[in-house]
Design a protein around this ligand. Structure first.
Ligand code: ZN
Ligand code: ZN
Length: 299
């Protein structure tokens, strides 16, 4: 598996870079097909990896995976139906936005775009834990008690809709080029699949990767049932934002292989039912899990 991964990722990246201009100019369907192929390839890779080399005992995941992928399908259809294509919006913005005003060389402009977008996603995630109403949406993602690759796409449709609005605003304000939008979406999806999967990675490699990349052991802490662990490690791609803004946690209180995942109060198959997942934001439960609740409860 470790041999296949670099070859696979290089091949995908090469194809993206060669076709980047074409992708940016293509219609929405074409862009989505390419993203879907990359997403599908990575999903199969991580599902195989966590099946053959799991970090934790997983049990039966079929119903959970079907539920998570069904939510993803609903979200993808909504995004596809909406008349919004962020890459096309970026292309039609007429070189406006903060980074364009600096007249930087294109590679520097592109890299800064990716960095700033990743920082925005960090703050967006922090916001979904801080604002009680938004937490009621985001808790659907946290109700998964068997964290695995498909958990990466387990989000309530309303959260996806709000996230889309934030991304559009960020792209236009920062001045992200169309190629940056597409690259970022692919990197974000890839990182999210990676850090939600239950894959075994050598501990030394995990330590080195954590200098810049959110690893599965790091993100798993964010999915702990313990309040003070849930409100840590908000990053999705780079670890730097958690380091800089003081939200990094290296280890869970209990062992990585056995600590409890999910939310207390949601042990009734919510992570295996599409209907229960869609209705979760309206039950008003698990309010204390938002960052506001941290002052009221102990670790
Ligand atoms: Zn979260
Ligand atoms: Zn997560």
């Amino acid at each position: 598996m470790s041999v296949i991964w670099p070859i696979f990722s290089d091949f995908i990246l090469l194809r993206i870079l060669v076709n980047i201009r074409k992708i940016g100019n293509s219609h929405k369907g074409g862009t989505m097909v390419i993203r879907l192929i990359i997403f599908g390839g990575l999903l199969v890779l991580f599902v195989l990896w966590e099946s053959f080399f799991p970090r934790r005992q997983q049990g039966t995941l079929l119903k959970n995976r079907i539920c998570n992928l069904s939510l993803s399908l609903i979200n993808s259809l909504i995004v596809f139906i909406l008349p919004i294509n962020i890459a096309v919006l970026a292309m039609n913005a007429g070189n406006r936005g903060f980074l364009y005003s600096l007249s930087l060389p294109f590679p520097v402009h592109l890299i800064l775009s990716l960095l700033l977008l990743d920082m925005v996603i960090y703050f967006q995630h922090l916001m979904f834990h801080s604002v009680p109403l938004l937490w009621q949406l985001h808790k659907v993602h946290h109700a998964d008690r068997t964290l695995n690759a498909t958990s990466a796409v387990r989000f309530h449709p309303v959260e996806i809709f709000i996230s889309l609005g934030i991304k559009v605003s960020a792209v236009l304000l920062i001045g992200v080029p169309a190629s940056g939008v597409i690259l970022f979406e692919i990197i974000l999806n890839g990182c999210s699949l990676f850090n939600h999967s239950c894959i075994q990675i050598p501990l030394g490699a995990d330590r080195v990767l954590r200098f810049f990349l959110v690893t599965p052991d790091m993100h798993r802490i964010h999915h702990s049932v313990r309040l003070r662990e849930t409100n840590r490690n908000f990053g999705f791609c780079l670890t730097w934002w958690d380091f800089i803004f003081g939200t990094y946690r290296q280890n869970p209180v209990q062992d990585q292989k056995s600590f409890l995942l999910g939310l207390s109060g949601y042990t009734n198959g919510e992570d295996r039912s599409i209907l229960k997942s869609l209705l979760m934001p309206f039950d008003g439960k698990a309010k204390s899990y938002s960052i506001k609740g941290m002052g009221k409860q102990g670790a």
